[in-house]
Ligand binder design. Structure first.
Ligand SMILES: *[C@@H]1O[C@H](CO)[C@@H](O)[C@H](O)[C@H]1NC(C)=O
Ligand SMILES: *[C@@H]1O[C@H](CO)[C@@H](O)[C@H](O)[C@H]1NC(C)=O
Length: 483
């Protein structure tokens, strides 16, 4: 599958041209009136096979901007160095079940104060720990260098987590199996422990949900995730090399001595949330709290995670405010204001959007919408897909099709609109989730009630460059950030 990229690009271009000449039956209304002058394509025409990951890695071309940039790959795909990936790969239904537990833990963290907890469903309230952090398996990884001399470590990156940690020798209690050598502080010249009375030790409470403890004056962190996974160990400082030129001395991280859970064979986790201990905050002097990523269209392609502001940001990227909520300082909240499907603006009252809280998250797989919004999405999607045979739903999906008899299908475009004029024009891979050709599902799910937070998951973010600018308190989107 080395050549199809250019073929697909050409096909997309030709389709775009031919769609431009088709008259769209649906007009935008209201806010979008300025955009209704030019007719937008209403469908993605997609080759079914292009939605299936290949067993060969076809990396996205390298961008030519000057920022520090790391290659992003899906944990389980052929582009990942974490092998053998086949045997460890969870099934689709396992991924979706684990996604439910991540979403449940986000809902439980966010439900406590804002909704008063009263509307919380019992099933979601009985999670192992109220303060549990979030984790899922649909994650993406990057490789960074730690220590001197530096060791390469492949970490899950997560906008829903604050602290960065990796498993550390001598694994006093327990380390799970990881692909790379487990980091050994005794072989690094730049490692030091954080002491119990240092200010950063005290910040652990808000970053992990747990008060730090102390062992012979060394600060101990402990973080537990919603699914029961955890990492416990020494809070430490070390030289972090994001790239060969972007090196940070005294980066604070967890040196895990007791680790267990759904981390695959990665070495740990890179925290990109908003807390003062996150990577974003610790590198603020150099990067101004700006980073961006593009998640690849499939596990057989690559994306990037970049730090600092790029040249093209002001032009291509449209931003929406992302205020810090002092009750939940880690999360990136957004204001969704509308959704269109196949060029049709969904007839949902503005008040439904304005009363729904949204977060964007790199670790949730499938976006969750309040039931009122989801049912409207589902209804219009089904109407526009009525040419294709429906099949039973599976797991969290209730709108699935058997597309095994088709070479190409018309997938209605979905655009999510945010306050301030930002929009996410979803790639086809962000609209449908392919379990197999005979089971292709609308890649959204409904929350159990309208009080729960809406979550923009990583499937919907595929190929879109997502820019987090926490200095300005905003998040932006630009189309076609990677393949
Ligand atoms: C590791 O940490 C977990 C969570 O705190 C704890 O339940 C478990 O007993 C610890 N394991 C050992 C061997 O100390
Ligand atoms: C860090 O602290 C632990 C626990 O007190 C200790 O075993 C280890 O030797 C310390 N490492 C360094 C480099 O001081």
């Amino acid at each position: 599958m080395a050549t199809p990229i250019s073929t697909i690009c050409l096909l997309r271009f030709l389709l775009y041209v031919s769609l431009l000449s088709l008259k769209s039956g649906f007009a935008f209304e209201g806010r979008e009136s300025a955009e209704s002058h030019h007719v937008q394509p209403t469908h993605h025409n997609v080759h079914i096979t292009s939605l299936m990951p290949s067993s060969v890695c076809s990396p996205s071309p390298k961008g030519h901007d000057q920022r520090a940039s790391l290659e992003v790959v899906h944990k389980h795909g052929p582009c990942s160095k974490l092998r053998p990936h086949k045997a460890n790969s969870p099934s689709h239904t396992q991924i979706l079940a684990q996604d439910e537990s991540r979403v449940a833990s986000i809902q439980s963290r966010l439900a406590k104060n804002l909704a008063g907890g009263s509307n919380l469903k019992a099933s979601k309230a009985t999670l192992p720990s109220k303060s549990a952090s979030t984790l899922g398996t649909g994650n993406y990884v990057v490789t960074v260098g730690l220590g001197s001399p530096k060791r390469d470590l492949t970490l899950i990156f997560d906008t829903g987590s604050d602290i960065t940690w990796t498993q550390c020798q001598p694994c006093v209690k327990y380390c799970y199996q990881q692909q790379e050598h487990i980091f050994d502080p005794s072989t690094s010249l730049s490692y030091s422990n954080v002491s119990c009375d240092s200010p950063s030790c005290k910040k652990l409470k808000s970053a992990t949900g747990n008060s730090p403890s102390c062992s012979s004056s060394t600060c101990l962190y402990g973080i537990r995730y919603g699914d029961g996974s955890y990492s416990v160990g020494f809070f430490a400082k070390e030289k972090l090399s994001l790239t060969s030129t972007d090196v940070f001395n005294n980066f604070q991280f967890g040196c895990g001595q007791n680790n267990s859970g759904l981390f695959g064979s990665t070495a740990g986790l890179l925290g990109l949330a908003r807390n003062p201990l996150s990577l974003v905050s610790q590198t603020a002097q150099k990067y101004g709290k700006i980073f961006s990523y593009c998640l690849p269209s499939s596990s057989s392609s690559t994306g990037h995670l970049s730090f600092g502001s790029g040249d093209g940001d002001s032009k291509a990227v449209k931003f929406t405010p992302s205020e810090v909520n002092s009750d939940y300082p880690s999360f990136y909240f957004l204001n969704m204001v509308g959704i269109s499907i196949g060029g049709r603006k969904l007839p949902i009252p503005k008040s439904v959007f304005s009363t729904t809280r949204n977060v964007i998250d790199s670790g949730t797989v499938i976006s969750r919408l309040p039931p009122t919004i989801y049912s409207s999405v589902q209804k219009v999607f089904r109407e526009l897909m009525s040419d294709y045979p429906r099949v039973n739903g599976v797991s969290i999906f209730d709108t699935c099709y058997d597309l095994s008899k088709y070479k190409t299908v018309k997938v209605p475009k979905i655009i999510l609109y945010f306050s301030g004029g930002a929009e996410m024009d979803l790639a086809a891979e962000g609209i449908v989730y392919v379990l197999k050709a005979s089971q292709v599902c609308l890649a959204f799910a409904g929350n159990s009630n309208d009080d729960e937070v809406a979550i923009i998951g990583n499937v919907q973010q595929k190929t879109i460059r997502v820019v987090y600018d926490d200095a300005e308190g905003r998040v932006g989107f630009a189309p076609r950030g990677c393949n």
